[in-house]
Design a protein around this ligand. Structure first.
Ligand code: NAG
Ligand code: NAG
Ligand code: NAG
Length: 347
């Protein structure tokens, strides 16, 4: 039996994590509760092994990683443990090493931080840092598992680092997959051996093949495709900042790429791509301003939630067919209910 409602947690640049309740039919979105959590809990992660356990960053100059337990009845969270991320402005948390470790991207610190989860999945041990600042100014942005390896997008160094673990469980840089100079790779999606990189500064989505063996010297994989995510009716010269990148596998693989600060009166857009070959098939205007957090939610990723940090509120779109326009708005929360929403997770 499928659920008639589900909860969604909202990260933000305020001090609050908010809990929303989405009722499927008729569709409606409501605020259930808010829980104070450190400072700027901008990124949230669910642990797929236990639907009460979540992690949040403090995206601050010192940086911290926190674990929390959700009460499904009240929507409230209880903080359990916190550990410094040994680098400033942690922007993202990824579950790596087959669910046994968390990896955090320190944007300000130019590093990736790893912590092993205790068996309760709530306490942290064996912290480790891998720095990317040797040779340039790094802004690590996301930590993505790739088999037993880890990929880290580096917006400052214009590369995607590949890390491997040695026998003593210590991570180090194996090689890196180059991105165009000045493009600013922000978020990644991996599908089999295909790497999709969304470039914050260039507003492009690229596709490359991740090599199975380590890259040596100046060797680099071919670029298979690189496509602008800027809508054709956006005024030229607009200063946009690509945001989130998502892959939904069913019913057919679709990639969503969002951008921020589009001057259009219809707000920021989400670009929709078919893969194989990578082709942009639509730009969906959202009415949101500074669209930062976007996530797939619900069984079979039936819905997409998106939030405007500077206006438009939070909206739920049903993922519909191409002839219905790909994304159909079904519910929303007005601007101001949740301050500075930046990320979402499906409970
Ligand atoms: C969410 O909404 C449903 C009704 O659609 C209700 O039954 C449920 O109790 C709500 N959950 C919370 C945590 O408020
Ligand atoms: C999930 O974690 C919570 C908090 O530690 C715990 O109370 C609960 O028993 C766990 N659930 C499962 C299925 O392990
Ligand atoms: C990954 O974790 C699962 C569940 O704990 C386990 O069954 C599986 O053997 C692990 N895989 C590897 C490669 O360690």
């Amino acid at each position: 039996m499928s659920a008639s409602s589900f909860l969604i947690l909202v990260g933000s640049f305020s001090s609050m994590i908010s809990t929303l309740n989405f009722t499927i039919s008729p569709p409606s979105l409501s605020l259930v509760s808010q829980t104070p959590s450190g400072a700027s809990p901008s990124w949230l992660l669910a642990n797929p092994a236990n639907n009460s356990i979540f992690y949040a960053t403090d995206e601050t100059e010192t940086g911290a990683l926190n674990s929390l337990v959700l009460d499904h009845t009240t929507g409230r969270l209880t903080s359990v443990a916190s550990i410094p991320t040994q680098g400033g402005s942690p922007t993202h948390i990824g579950l790596v090493n087959n669910g046994t470790q968390l990896g955090v991207a320190n944007y300000g610190g130019g590093s990736a931080f790893f912590a092993t989860l205790e068996s309760d999945l709530l306490h942290f041990k064996s912290p480790q840092v891998v720095s990317f600042t040797d040779g340039g100014s790094s802004n690590a942005h996301q930590v993505v598992p790739f088999g037993d390896q880890v990929l880290v997008s580096d917006l400052g160094r214009d590369r995607v680092w590949r890390l491997t673990q040695d026998a003593s469980s210590s991570w180090s840089i194996q090689d890196s997959i180059g991105q165009p100079s000045g493009s600013g790779p922000r978020h990644l999606v991996v599908d089999d051996n295909a790497l999709y990189s969304l470039h914050e500064k260039a507003n492009t989505l690229s596709q490359q093949t991740i090599p199975t063996t380590p890259l040596s010297g100046d060797a680099q994989p071919d670029s298979i495709a690189s496509i602008s995510i800027i809508p054709s009716d956006t005024p030229s010269g607009a200063n946009l900042f690509a945001g989130e990148l998502l892959l939904a596998q069913s019913p057919t693989p679709i990639i969503y790429a969002s951008n921020r600060d589009d001057p259009s009166s219809q707000g920021d857009a989400i670009a929709v791509f078919d893969i194989n070959p990578l082709t942009k098939v639509a730009d969906v205007r959202t009415g949101l301003k500074h669209l930062r957090g976007v996530a797939l939610v619900g069984e079979d990723n039936a819905y997409l939630i998106a939030g405007g940090m500077n206006g438009g509120g939070i909206k739920i779109f049903e993922r519909v067919s191409a002839d219905q326009g790909f994304l159909k708005e079904v519910a929303s929360l007005p601007a101001g209910v949740i301050d500075q929403p930046s990320s979402f997770v499906w409970v």
